[in-house]
Design a binder for this molecule. Structure first.
Ligand code: GLU
Length: 370
């Protein structure tokens, strides 16, 4: 293998890669993937596996039972399948003398700052002891409301948590194409994406497989979060296990999303990763300018409207008067407080509310421009 420019890599393996499109886990292919990941691990690179396939493994293990299509059926399959899955990863890595550990997450584990830090510490401790974390969503207990929902977005959150420098989204396609390659022979691979804009989102809109949860749309969301947090992202084919080595060596296969220049600090990465903003704060043009050009904090004076339902400490979206999101940040005031102090001078906060948590609504350090 070439000398890798990376030090910590998240390998996201979709259900379609792990089953090869069949109804059961393709153990031979998983063994090949592990051979390549073990090689990276042994060269000193930290590896984190974000694995799908729990539900597929559960179905296989229970011999394809006929179940009603309810949440609890899926949870049953996930509960059975996840233990099969982790056993298999454990066995496969064990052949190379590598220990693995299981981390099951939900959206709630990253939304709350305290829990985010806990999860980060666990990952750090595992990596420090050269244990390979095997991560999946906690499907057996997670309800729709607290789920990330797809492992593409989950893998981006994990990359942010672990401060990885490369996220590989391995799938059943060779990357993102200019059209759906399954129906359009003229479709061309897009080698590098510098900007994720609406036309690209539209392009990714309907491509997906029927086995996993994600498709290209969720991969783009994941790529966006990760690259803004200073992580290189690549979407590539998982059918060739060697791609793991090639990509870690910096080879240009698949679709690359180079990390954006400004590497965010950890707190800012967290603000960016928590996608469930509690509400919106609409600001005037003066505030937009102050935030974007002079790096100021957001003052109550610049707030023209609020929406949603948030309490002090929640993440909110900062929106201009045309409805464009310009930043995300942690609000020091609740929505109810903010309704009362909007468009007022900071020095009148205490007289309006009867208390104050400081002059600013969102401090510069708790804010990230989008
Ligand atoms: N967590 C799901 C599973 O293990 C997969 C979700 C996804 O593929 O995006 O079956």
């Amino acid at each position: 293998m070439e000398q890798s420019p990376y030090r910590r890599v998240v390998v996201k393996l979709g259900t379609s890669v792990l089953t090869g499109g069949s109804q059961s886990l393709d153990k031979a292919h998983m063994a090949e993937l592990v051979r390549c990941m073990a090689e990276l691990h042994q060269s000193g690179i930290d590896i984190i596996v974000c694995t799908s396939g729990a539900i597929a493994a559960g179905r296989e293990c229970l011999d394809y039972p006929e179940l009603p299509s309810t949440m609890s059926s899926k949870q049953l399959l996930a509960a059975v399948g996840q233990s099969q899955l982790i056993q298999l990863w454990d066995q496969l890595f064990h052949a190379y003398g590598i220990h693995v550990g299981q981390i099951l997450l939900t959206r709630e584990d990253v939304d709350d700052r305290e829990r985010f830090l806990n999860a980060r510490d666990t990952l750090d401790a595992m990596l420090e002891h050269r244990v390979v974390p095997i991560v999946n969503e906690n499907d057996a207990v997670a309800t729709q409301e607290i789920k990330v929902g797809d492992n593409d977005n989950l893998s981006a959150l994990v990359s942010v948590l672990a401060e990885a420098d490369l996220l590989m989204l391995l799938t059943d396609q060779s990357g993102l194409f200019t059209a759906d390659p399954r129906s359009n022979p003229d479709a061309e691979l897009i080698c590098e994406v510098k900007r994720i804009d609406d036309s690209l989102r539209e392009l990714a809109g309907d491509s997906g497989t029927n086995l996993g949860t994600g498709g290209m749309a969720t991969k783009l969301q994941a790529a966006d979060v990760a690259r803004r947090s200073g992580i290189d992202v690549v979407i590539a084919a998982g059918a060739s296990a060697e791609n793991v080595l090639k990509l870690a060596g910096g080879m240009r296969i698949g679709t690359h999303f180079p990390a954006l220049d400004e590497p965010s600090n950890n707190r800012k990465r967290w603000i960016l990763a928590g996608s469930s903003a509690g509400g919106d704060v609409v600001v005037d043009d003066g505030a937009v300018k102050a935030l974007q050009q002079t790096g100021s904090s957001l003052l109550p004076k610049g707030v023209v409207d609020v929406a949603g339902n948030f309490v002090r400490g929640d993440t909110v979206r900062i929106i201009n008067q045309n409805g464009v999101i310009i930043a995300r940040g942690i609000s020091r005031y609740s929505m109810n407080d903010l309704k009362k102090i909007k468009q007022k001078h900071s020095n009148s906060i205490e007289s309006v509310l009867g208390y104050e948590y400081g002059d600013v609504v969102i401090h510069r350090n708790d804010l990230i421009l989008v």
